[in-house]
Design a protein around this ligand. Structure first.
Ligand SMILES: [Zn+2]
Length: 91
């Protein structure tokens, strides 16, 4: 279990929660970026996928595991948690 409330380390960066649509493959980002330690990410993503929920961080707790996608071709797909994308910029 990764405790996101304690964010310490040398590689703290900002990350967006990312989703990929199963129909159109569009990658979407949700909400505001969260500070995370890069070295914790593999364990964190593993826990998220295993438990199908976000926990341990106030923002993550409200993030859904899947979101609807208004595909550009007129379809409506479901986008699932795909990972965490680094947000370039100021911490
Ligand atoms: Zn789509």
């Amino acid at each position: 279990m990764v405790d996101l409330k304690i964010v310490q380390g040398k590689n703290i960066k900002l990350y967006d929660v990312a989703y990929r649509c199963t129909l159109c493959s569009k990658v979407m980002r949700l909400g505001k970026a969260v500070k995370l330690e890069y070295n914790d990410l593999p364990a964190l993503c593993g826990t998220i996928v295993q438990q199908k929920q976000f926990r341990g961080n106030p923002y993550f707790q409200t993030a859904p595991f899947e979101v609807p996608c208004k595909c550009t071709n007129g379809n409506c797909g479901i986008a699932y948690f795909a990972g965490l994308i680094e947000v370039k910029g100021e911490l």
